[in-house]
Design a protein around this ligand. Structure first.
Ligand SMILES: *Cc1c(COP(=O)(O)O)cnc(C)c1O
Length: 236
């Protein structure tokens, strides 16, 4: 086994042990959780190692990178796009990413649906809270996602205006807030969304630093990069 494979294998075992513990803590079954290895900026050789170690779900943030890597990995791999969507990239993204986690604009959803009817998407939700900044309540710099108060409206619009398979919600824990508070809000939004649209059964939340908390709050898909692959190489 190469040094790199041994290193990744050991890190993956630690992550798996943490997932198992997080599941036991709240009486969930490991089979309820899909581990997505977030491979953005890591080389294809690392993805090949992960594939050899049995992983089948991979996440990328940029079309240019994902579209180059996906064809090099065997066809039973599942690719998740989780970055900011640009209109002009949609045509390409739907060709390699079976699931798009980061839909937060109706226009993008309509374009995805036109290119690829039935495509699986998650709605990205923004969990940022207004905070006191220099004496005034302000929203932190916008990091993408539908505002929680606009979620139900977004679900109605997606149902009426697209043929997409809306299968879940996705979110990133906000900076500067205890993640478990944000994940608790997300779980409530998820239950509300599922009530409105029963195909919403998946919840994509939790990264290297907080996936155990996300599992405690109902995540079904966790997106983990650096805990498995080590310090992330800088963006090209
Ligand atoms: C990069 C990224 C991750 C993984 O981050 P790590 O801290 O490396 O685990 C998860 N989700 C999104 C949306 C990301 O951009």
């Amino acid at each position: 086994m190469s040094d790199r494979k041994a290193e990744i294998s050991a890190a993956l075992a630690r992550v798996e042990a943490e997932i198992a513990q997080a599941c036991r803590n709240v009486g969930r079954d490991r089979s309820e959780i899909t581990l997505i290895a977030v491979t953005k900026t890591y080389p294809v050789s690392d993805i090949e190692i992960l594939y050899d170690l049995g992983l089948r779900h991979f996440g990328e943030n940029r079309d240019q990178e994902g579209s180059a890597k996906a064809p090099l990995i065997p066809g039973d791999a599942q690719w998740h796009f989780q970055g900011q969507i640009q209109s002009k990239k949609i045509k390409s993204i739907v060709n390699w990413a079976q699931t798009i986690h980061s839909v937060d604009e109706l226009d993008h959803a309509i374009k995805i649906s036109e290119r690829s009817p039935g495509h699986e998407i998650f709605i990205q939700v923004n969990l940022d809270q207004p905070r006191l900044v220099e004496g005034a309540m302000k929203l932190p710099e916008h990091r993408g996602g539908v505002h929680p108060l606009e979620l139900v409206e977004m679900i109605s619009a997606l149902t009426a205006q697209t043929s997409l398979t809306v299968s879940g919600l996705m979110a990133v824990a906000p900076l500067g807030e205890e993640p478990s508070l944000a994940f608790a809000r997300l779980h409530n939004l998820f239950l509300e969304a599922r009530e409105k649209l029963p195909t919403i059964t998946k919840l994509s939340a939790g990264m290297s630093g907080d996936f155990a908390l996300a599992i405690a709050h109902g995540a079904t898909h966790i997106r983990v990069g650096s805990s498995i692959l080590g310090i992330r190489p800088p963006l090209a």
